[in-house]
Design a protein around this ligand. Structure first.
Ligand SMILES: NC(=O)c1ccc[n+]([C@@H]2O[C@H](COP(=O)([O-])OP(=O)(O)OC[C@H]3O[C@@H](n4cnc5c(N)ncnc54)[C@H](O)[C@@H]3O)[C@@H](O)[C@H]2O)c1
Length: 394
């Protein structure tokens, strides 16, 4: 579609964000300015865009000032223009379906780029991730969904199909990928310091750490315990650093011995209906790589662990403490790394920043549904294998 876009100083940032987004979607966009935050007269831009649309050079126009009102009043004076101020998505859709509007007017000081880009953030309990995600795609929104993406392979597949039908962006909020330590590990992988990773040992154990808030322990809300709450984090991280090899089989077991009885933990043991409080498993991949995984909310262990260790053909690495292991100058050397606490990288805000950037610039999703599907196949495999008491194909 050919789109003319213009703004005054009150709408210039939103204009630039929308222009980049539309260009990334393949539309032909002409920017009529303004290009700075210096005070500019909105009627100049409104008239230029409205006349270009009315004259047939463009299919649609977008005008942005502080509130959108002045732009609409001016544009509607041009014969053939039906300009509508839309400050939320329902009015925007109705302005097309019922009013045949050809110019959209937005308020740069009212509508943030988030609303203009239509992003839905699904952060409900795990069992309620799939339905709102599918509905949000059907309503034409981009979706970021909390980890775990869903509670079965079938649900993740449904979410991916809805994304493809809508042609929208989909990200799973695996925030651990974006901590400074893990960004450093990804950098070692990208710079070839580790080579091909063939073994991972992942451990996230809390000796006594059942969540006492929310519905994490209720089966019909969360489906599973630490596998869905904790293992999903370290598994996603390891798979990401291993460049997502194809999983083949899982052998696993889980236990529930402590959390469903009175203990020194604060949660109500009578509410504890998820099947696992501790799980351990072994995953095989088609390329020969393997992962050993353990996770718990409750175990009689001397201390908690939070360690992702990965061994590759050229080096090894772990996250806690952040260490690179390599042969250097004829010596096997452990390099520990300082992570600058002032670097300003907070994983959750970095995750959102990357999601918005991927939408605006048309980049691949930072955590696409296809990667969540691999994680989910392994999680499903852990539960299935534990119930069957033997290795299962995934
Ligand atoms: N990435 C992370 O580090 C991280 C941290 C915490 C939680 N999470 C994930 O976020 C999700 C939510 O966890 P939380 O700790 O915020 O839980 P929470 O219980 O604090 O919040 C859940 C919210 O969902 C709402 N809700 C419940 N059922 C709903 C339904 N059927 N429809 C609409 N809304 C519903 C509740 O009213 C509540 O506001 C979980 O999937 C969890 O795994 C991720």
């Amino acid at each position: 579609m050919r789109i003319a876009i213009g703004a005054d100083h009150g709408g210039v940032d939103l204009k630039d964000a929308i222009r980049q987004y539309l260009e990334a979607q393949g539309h032909e966009v002409q920017d009529f300015g303004t290009h700075s935050h210096e005070s500019a007269d909105y009627p100049d831009y409104a008239r230029a865009v409205a006349e270009a649309v009315a004259g047939g050079q463009f299919d649609r126009g977008i005008l942005i000032c502080g509130t959108g009102q002045g732009m609409a009043m001016t544009a509607n004076k041009v014969r053939g223009i039906r300009a509508a101020v839309c400050l939320e998505t329902y009015s925007a859709r109705m302005s097309r379906e019922h009013n045949n509007a050809n110019v959209l007017c937005l308020g740069g000081r009212v509508v943030g780029p988030g609303l203009a880009l239509d992003i839905v953030d699904v952060c409900t309990p795990n069992c309620y991730h799939c339905a709102p995600t599918v509905a949000a795609f059907a309503a034409g929104c981009h979706v970021i969904v909390e980890k775990p993406c869903a509670t079965s392979v079938a649900e993740v597949e449904k979410m991916i199909a809805a994304r493809d039908k809508a042609g929208k962006q989909f990200m799973v909020a695996q925030s651990l990928r974006f901590t400074p330590e893990h960004l450093a590990m990804r950098r070692w992988v990208d710079e070839g310091m580790v080579g091909d990773i063939y073994y991972g040992r992942l451990s996230l154990l809390r000796p006594r750490g059942v969540p006492a808030w929310g519905d994490f322990i209720v089966k019909e809300m969360s489906a599973g315990g630490p596998c869905y709450d904790l293992a999903v984090h370290i598994l996603d991280l390891a798979l990401y650093l291993m460049n997502h090899p194809e999983p083949v089989s899982v052998s696993a077991n889980y236990w529930l011995e402590i959390s469903n009885k009175p203990s020194l933990m604060a949660h109500d043991p009578k509410r504890y209906t998820v099947p696992d409080e501790m799980a351990a498993g072994f995953v095989r991949f088609a390329n020969g790589a393997c992962i050993a995984l353990e996770t718990s909310w409750a175990i009689n262990a001397p201390e908690g662990t939070y360690n992702v260790f990965l061994a590759g053909t050229k080096g090894g690495m772990q996250n806690n403490p952040l260490t690179l292991v390599r042969e250097e100058a004829g010596l096997l050397t452990n390099t520990t790394v300082q992570v600058n606490p002032d670097a300003g990288i907070a994983s959750h805000s970095e995750e959102i920043r990357r999601f918005v950037e991927s939408i605006k610039k048309g980049l691949p999703s930072p955590v696409p549904g296809e990667q969540a599907l691999i994680t989910q196949r392994i999680l499903d495999g852990i539960y299935k294998s534990a119930v069957k008491g033997k290795e299962v194909k995934v």
